[in-house]
Write a new protein. Structure first.
Length: 283
């Protein structure tokens, strides 16, 4: 089993990702696709006159403030345009894909954080009405039901809170939790860079391997959201995923390239590639 997460930033070639996924699926490889949509959400939010609002926490992390109107725009883009665009591409390629959000069947479940501490005009303020959270539980029953009947699941945020409220969650962390719950052999995080770069944006400075135990030594090279991605990858490996590969979604065969370790590979000596065939648990 592999979990493929395709990001939402500029430059990603969804046609190539879907063609590659379709070939692997038809060759008999079980997989689940997870996707984002941040770039398109920002564009649609601007067009609808409700531009994205990013807030900075007192500890310096930046996040999207998701009020109800933002959540609705987020759903239009992630569950609508992006999800159905991917499902349509796969259907056209002869793959019976089913698109779901984490709300459907509560596939992704977590705690709702209603308020956020933000620094504005030099003061710490508490902003209420935030619809964000973190995936704490993955309910795999629906995903397994689909896989067992020949459907390829295509999943996207939002998640369901324990009270049944839609919450905006990080797609990489959701994919990592899913990969752990499905005991995936690999989690591929495809974005618009070749992997973690030592001297971003110099693409020749690719870091090929990160031992999960020493991930802190590598976080310093990442900026912005990439920091969370690297930490999340180490968590996934600790949670039992064989390996996490940061691969290039702009390539002609993005999944086939990343699978045998092209990109930045996060693994541990006990769960790395050498241990995977002997474990007999990979699909
Ligand atoms: P996605 O939405 O595609 O998952 P993100 O925008 O969340 O992707 O994260 C990928 C981005 O991280 C890259 O487009 C790049 O601009 C940025 N980034 C920051 N630091 C680095 C680094 N050291 N190496 C590679 N990418 C980096």
């Amino acid at each position: 089993m592999i979990v493929v997460k395709v990001g939402g930033s500029e430059g990603i070639d969804y046609d190539a990702v879907c063609a590659d996924v379709a070939d692997l699926w038809k060759a008999g490889r079980p997989l689940v696709l997870v996707h984002g949509g941040s770039g398109e959400t920002n564009r649609v939010a601007e067009a609808l006159g409700h531009p994205p609002r990013f807030v900075t926490s007192p500890s310096g992390y930046t996040s999207r403030f998701t009020d109800r109107a933002t959540l609705e725009i987020f759903e239009m883009v992630y569950c609508g345009k992006m999800n159905k665009g991917i499902v349509e591409r796969l259907q056209r390629l002869g793959v019976n894909a089913v698109g779901l959000s984490g709300l459907d069947g509560r596939v992704f479940e977590g705690r709702h954080k209603d308020s956020v501490r933000a620094v504005e005009d030099g003061k710490v303020k508490i902003l209420r009405g935030d619809h964000t959270g973190t995936v704490e539980r993955v309910n795999t029953a629906l995903v397994e039901l689909l896989l067992g009947n020949g459907y390829l699941p295509v999943l996207t945020p939002p998640a369901a809170s324990y009270e049944g409220v839609a919450i905006n969650v990080d797609g990489d962390r959701a994919a990592a939790a899913l990969a752990g719950a499905l005991r995936a052999e690999a989690l591929l995080l495809l974005s618009n860079v070749p992997g973690l770069l030592r001297a971003f944006p110099d693409e020749t400075s690719l870091i090929p391997d990160i031992p999960a135990a020493n991930v802190e030594d590598y976080v310093e090279f990442a900026q912005g959201r990439m920091k969370k991605k690297v930490l999340g990858a180490a968590e996934a490996v600790a949670g039992g995923v064989g390996r996490v590969v940061f691969g290039d979604a702009r390539a002609r065969r993005p999944v086939t390239d990343a699978l045998p370790r092209r990109g930045t590979v996060v693994s541990s000596p006990t769960t790395g590639a050498s241990a995977t065939p002997a474990s007999g648990s990979s699909a």
